[in-house]
Write a protein of this length. Structure first.
Lengths: 476, 313
């Protein structure tokens, strides 16, 4: 057996007779494992493995730099639908033009933002700046994931004064938990109604009111939805009066709220949700009846083929419940001429309300770039960033100066009832803020769904669900 | 050098070589062993340790003894629902899977022209990811425009709300699960059937036994070991169901609690409620249930085999 490669030669000389004998026997097989570098220099398997090992070892020192995040970039975690993401990036660009020294790396959330950010943070890669939601931020705040922004605010008196004078208090206080301020609101994302102007005109139905001070009743809403629901001869619905583009078991509770009862009392750290209040469950029942009794809204089966948003954009639904996060999608829909209106008020309600509905920006307590993060949060939630947000039409801003700015109106020229948006934050009621929200949401999904399917009355929620939620809130 | 010296030297050389070979073998196996230790043994031990703690990933774990196990068995009404759903799902998957696989393997075991094409077609679902499969089945199960309801409509059956009605959701899930499990079970059973000696069938044919009789009296008894393996593996897979349920009926195992199985419960507690200790306890309870089921099944199988051997003797 001859030497097969330059670095294998020495070893060849030290081989025993036994090896040589074995090699002779296996020589015919061996040649199949020999490899050539393509330049006429064959080398054996051992050499190949050695080479691979050496290459692997050599690349080890490079790993930390190759896998480490962009060290000087500030990471920003947010959720957005594709249309929103474009506008969001324009806001980030605006920040970078003003702060060229601060690089931003954006992290777009998957479908479950809380789960996504939890995995990041648990893995020691908590983003520096995080989008925070009214329902779920308390869980992260309680676990010490979010920085108390009061610590930064105390060092920035001028911004604190600016924020205080220009903020909508109820939105700002949404992120005040156990004495700490864990995020600054960035948008109002409460719900209202979108309606298709063309379908209303064709049916000769009066459009719903466009100011929160002008309520319309559940009865009027039902009459409108019935007038706009069109069936063919076989009874198949070709046009729905109303569709829900939010989460049905949340939307039902908005109708309970507009029948004069808040979801919980108190709002922060509640010990009880009002599922045992008759007026609250009447509102929920009214909502369920829209589908099951009056048949002016599609069932879950009927909305399986086409999403409710698509039903509205394609002209197969006259009214749609949703928030401003749908705006970019609806604005880009072909042949859709829409406007917005306020939610209806129940017989026991006193005024038309939307919900608070807000997201904010928070800073991770483990961030190594807190000052840079603070600059970004200040920008996006302060007057300059809010004005940019207003101009891009990304969100309904939360600072009064931006809400009533010419830029916001210019970004919504096709909206006749702009007062629904500009008056929204002031007419929005707060939803419960508790670290136990994921558990409560799961309970509601399980218990409210039979009511929405029409197999159980809403009054049944007073016993089972109410008790279960109280139990969860007690142990939180 | 005398012949004895030469032979002793050869033995020493051989020993030296085999030692080097053994060392090389250990070095080659080491990365895999390290991977098993890091990605399997450590998580196993860690989850057992965490099952005695309250841990939300962010704050330090707090030792709670057996509290997680106690509340699982006494204080959590959803555990019994999840257990019941898992048992229904397991039975609804395993029984049809074994029966259909037996029949399909029996058909594919024939020596006819073009059988290789049919075998390939039958095994195709094995190559498709569960998530992709679930997404496709969502379209099939669509109430108004789904393929299944359209076909049922041809024979006069009204649309069935497969995935949106709690009464039907579990049935739908089992259908998809059976569709996914059949190819694997068929591969195993077909391989076993091909090991059955032809002379037994010849003898049976000479005695006048028909195809069905041959299948029931020769094939099935002789592949009992493989059937038992398929049953054990199918039970384990069904008990650990998660991906299919998550995509098909949602992360809460809906509608309502109709497809809320143990895998979904585990995921929900770990990643939605951040109760990793509780989820770990649930994982170990699932492991214990599976272990008991498997041991009982293997014992029963062995006893049956021993009884048969005695009866033949």
């Amino acid at each position: 057996m001859t030497a097969t490669a330059s670095d294998g030669t020495q070893e060849h000389h030290s081989r025993t007779d036994y090896e040589r004998a074995t090699e002779t026997i296996t020589a015919s097989r061996r040649h199949t494992t020999n490899t050539s570098l393509g330049c006429g220099t064959p080398f054996d398997r051992r050499t190949l493995l050695r080479g691979a090992g050496a290459l692997g070892a050599a690349s080890l020192p490079l790993l930390p730099t190759a896998c480490s995040p962009d060290d000087d970039a500030l990471t920003f975690f947010f959720a957005a639908n594709p249309e929103e993401a474009d506008a969001r990036l324009r806001v980030v660009d605006a920040f970078q033009r003003r702060h060229p020294d601060i690089k931003i790396r954006t992290l777009l959330s998957g479908p479950d933002a809380l789960q996504h950010v939890s995995v990041y943070c648990a893995g020691g890669k908590c983003p520096d700046v995080l989008m925070a939601w009214e329902f779920t931020y308390a869980g992260l705040a309680k676990r010490g994931v979010l920085l108390d922004l009061n610590t930064m605010l105390a060092r920035d008196a001028s911004f604190a004064a600016e924020l205080k004078s220009d903020s909508v208090a109820s939105l700002y206080e949404t992120f005040t938990y156990d004495g700490g301020q864990y995020a600054f609101p960035e948008q109002w994302s409460g719900n209202f109604l979108f309606y298709n102007k063309k379908l209303f005109a064709e049916a000769g139905v009066r459009p719903p009111p466009g100011r929160w001070e002008e309520p319309w009743s559940f009865g009027e809403f039902l009459d409108t939805a019935e007038a706009l629901t069109k069936r063919d001869r076989s009874g198949r619905v070709g046009q729905w009066g109303y569709v829900d583009t939010w989460v049905p078991y949340y939307s039902a509770l908005l109708f309970g709220m507009n029948n004069g009862v808040p979801w919980s009392d108190p709002r922060m750290n509640p010990t009880h949700l009002n599922f045992d209040n008759a007026a609250f469950t009447e509102g929920i029942q009214f909502y369920a009846d829209l589908v099951n009794i009056h048949k002016v809204a599609p069932t879950a089966s009927e909305a399986q083929s086409m999403s409710t948003t698509d039903l509205f954009t394609s002209g197969h639904a006259a009214m749609a419940l949703g928030g401003h996060w749908r705006f970019q999608t609806l604005e880009r829909a072909k042949d859709l001429d829409f406007d917005i209106a306020v939610l209806p008020t129940g017989p026991k309600g006193h005024a038309a309300h939307s919900n608070i509905g807000t997201t904010g920006l928070a800073i991770s307590s483990s961030s190594r770039r807190k000052q840079q993060a603070w600059e970004f949060v200040k920008f996006a939630t302060g007057p300059i960033g809010q004005a940019v947000i207003a101009e891009t039409g990304l969100f309904v801003p939360v600072l009064r100066s931006a809400i009533h700015s010419a830029g916001f109106a210019a970004a919504h020229t096709n909206v006749g009832n702009l007062a629904v948006l500009t008056g929204g934050p002031a007419h929005a009621e707060g939803l419960p803020v508790t670290p136990a929200w994921p558990k409560i949401a799961a309970l509601m999904d399980r218990n409210v769904s039979p009511v929405l399917r029409g197999v159980r009355p809403a009054t049944a929620l007073a016993n089972g669900l109410s008790r279960e939620i109280d139990g969860v809130l007690r142990t939180t | 050098m005398t012949p004895i010296d030469a032979s002793a030297t050869a033995v020493t050389r051989r020993r030296g070589y085999s030692k080097r070979r053994a060392r090389a073998g250990r070095i080659f196996v080491a990365p895999n062993l390290a991977a098993v230790a890091v990605f399997m043994l450590f998580p196993l031990g860690f989850s057992l340790y965490m099952s005695f703690h309250n841990w939300d990933v962010f704050t330090p774990a707090k030792f709670v003894g057996l509290a997680n196990y106690r509340s699982l068995f006494s204080g959590d009404p959803l555990f019994s629902i999840a257990l019941r759903n898992t048992v229904v799902y397991t039975i609804g998957t395993v029984v049809p899977t074994v029966l259909i696989s037996l029949a399909v393997a029996g058909v594919l075991n024939r020596k006819i022209k073009g059988i290789a094409v049919f075998r390939t077609i039958i095994f195709l679902p094995l190559a498709v990811s569960s998530v992709v499969m679930a997404v496709v089945w969502q379209f099939v199960f669509n109430t108004n425009n789904g393929l299944l309801n359209i076909m049922l409509g041809w024979i006069g059956i009204d649309p069935i709300p497969w995935l949106v009605d709690p009464k039907w959701a579990m049935t739908s899930l089992c259908i998809v699960s059976v569709w996914r499990s059949v190819p694997f079970a068929t591969v195993i059973l077909l391989a076993a059937m091909q090991g059955v000696p032809d002379n037994l069938y010849e003898a049976a044919r000479l005695d006048g036994a028909g195809e069905l009789r041959q299948f029931a009296s020769i094939t099935v008894p002789l592949i009992r070991g493989s059937v038992s393996f398929v049953v054990v593996i199918s039970i384990i897979h069904a008990f650990q169901a998660f991906d299919l349920v998550y995509v098909l009926t949602g992360r809460n195992g809906g509608p309502e609690t109709s497809t809320y199985v143990l895998g979904i419960m585990l995921f929900q507690h770990a990643f939605a409620f951040l109760e990793f200790g509780y989820a770990s306890a649930l994982a170990w309870v699932m492991f214990a249930i599976l272990l008991v089921l498997t041991v009982v099944q293997l014992r029963l199988g062995r006893r049956r085999a021993a009884q048969e051997e005695r009866s033949w003797a």
